[in-house]
Design a protein around this ligand. Structure first.
Ligand code: TPP
Length: 435
């Protein structure tokens, strides 16, 4: 059956009663003109943050932005398969990541590039994933950060389960008279993802078991082409009340506000006072991914409005007006960001394709019988070709050799032509093999 033709009416937002005014106040410590204000609850959490730390926050945001730009360029030049830009979300990411301690554990989406860099993930290693290297990624235990999650919402139950595990560990330690460093998890997700069933289930569990988890939503206003107004009638922070825990709305383009709110939320969670939902109101300035064209669904005026609220501009204004920070600092940061981008680019371009054997080393932390069997089969298969790549009859390609006929079908993909992707007839199994 033919797909239904695209009609704007069919994709128009649902009609409903006017959206009620938010009841939850918006926390903001640095306004759009770069003026710092006091908040009785949250300012104490950033009381020690002066000029030096603010410059450091600026530097991290600027480096992350330049990195993001370079990754976008690399994708446009065909060096990456895809890229999910995070331009505009630097304050939400750097501010929240700076509130974390090494023992805390992060469960990200696919857009938390600044968080990953803050957490010490090698930027080139991060890009390896987007270059299509199946062996790419990092060790979650080394960075206190899971690998990226593309299945929307899947990371939320993971974060809640991990946090419940932290509770059990703490209880066991207490019974044994041992001290355990208080820690919590943080689950990042977007406004669109907040509509996934797993997120709801995760929140119910977290509330029921007082799991030390912070739900950190970057509301960047769009779920690909679906606007926030279609996804929720209320600010997401207000949903927390329905689960029975605290929800906080923060200006996600104000790095100081995000830092303060995140420190508060993590402190609550680590202290065993249960979960907290933080909604950082921000905007994705770029495309959803490099495969998307936001001019098809976004209005220019909205983009210009949010461009004026750029988190880097706001902090720059504050530093220039209130801390006497001059061009010399911003030039130096721009040069460092350029060097960072150049190094990342050079590293990506010099990446050798991974050896096929590497794939066998990645899936399990410890050796596993099935993987070892497949490794042996693959080694025997490879040994079946002569130096010119011709099948000398021992590869198992005719379905008669190889250690295990049961795994023969995999040769169809293993031996696909590396350029065209077409199955290589020399190694194609018989129909019997596939049955
Ligand atoms: C379970 C699932 N359904 C659908 C998709 C396709 N998809 C990828 S990103 C996206 C929108 C996500 O929007 P949001 O959660 O707001 O995050 P953002 O990309 O804006 O950061 C969708 C529908 C997916 N990856 N996983």
């Amino acid at each position: 059956m033919d797909a239904a033709p695209f009609t704007p009416a069919a994709h128009a937002p649902a009609r409903h009663a006017p959206t009620p005014e938010p009841r939850t106040r918006l926390v903001r410590l640095l306004d759009r003109d770069g003026v710092r204000s006091e908040d009785p609850v949250f300012s104490p959490y950033v009381a020690e943050v002066g000029a030096e730390q603010l410059r450091d926050l600026y530097r991290s945001m600027a480096l992350a932005r330049r990195f993001d730009e370079e990754a976008t360029n690399l994708q446009r030049q065909g060096q990456l398969v895809l890229w999910a830009p995070m331009r505009g979300q630097e304050a939400a990411q750097v501010g929240s990541a700076r509130a974390l301690r090494p023992a805390d554990h992060i469960f990200p989406t696919y857009r938390e590039h600044a968080v990953a860099i803050e957490r010490g993930v090698d930027p080139a290693e991060l890009l390896m994933v987007f270059r299509g290297h199946a062996a790419g990624g990092w060790k979650p235990s080394e960075h206190g950060m899971n690998v990226y999650s593309i299945v929307l919402g899947s990371q939320v139950p993971h974060a809640v389960g991990y946090a419940m595990g932290m509770n059990l560990d703490r209880r066991a330690a207490e019974e044994e008279g041992r001290e355990v460093e208080p820690a919590a998890t943080i689950a990042y997700f977007g406004d669109g993802t907040s509509t996934q069933g797993e997120v709801h289930e995760g929140m119910v569990f977290a509330a029921s078991f007082d799991a030390p988890v912070v739900f950190f939503v970057q509301n960047n206003q769009w779920a690909i082409s679906v606007p926030f107004s279609t996804q929720s009638r209320l600010p997401l922070a207000e949903r927390a009340a329905g689960y029975g825990f605290e929800g906080i709305r923060v200006d996600g383009n104000d790095v100081l506000g995000v830092l303060a709110v995140s420190r508060y939320a993590m402190e609550q969670a680590r202290a065993g006072r249960g979960p907290v939902l933080v909604e950082a109101e921000t905007y994705r300035l770029g495309a959803h991914t490099t495969a998307d064209d936001p001019t098809k669904y976004r209005r220019r005026e909205d983009e210009s409005h949010w461009a004026e609220l750029d988190p880097l501009l706001r902090l720059e204004t504050h530093l220039r007006r209130h801390h006497g920070t001059d061009d010399a600092f911003f030039d130096e940061v721009a040069a460092a960001a350029q060097e960072f981008a150049d190094q990342t680019r050079a590293h990506v371009l010099s990446m050798a394709p991974p050896s096929f054997e590497e794939f066998f080393d990645k899936p399990y932390a410890e050796r596993h019988a099935l993987i070892e069997e497949e490794r042996a089969w693959y080694a025997a298969y490879q040994a079946g070709f002569d130096d010119d790549g011709r099948d000398d009859g021992r590869s198992g390609g005719d379905g008669t050799a190889g250690p295990d006929r049961g795994t023969q079908a995999s040769s169809l993909t293993v031996a696909a032509d590396p350029v065209t992707g077409a199955p290589d007839e020399r190694s194609a199994g018989t129909e019997e093999d596939l049955a």
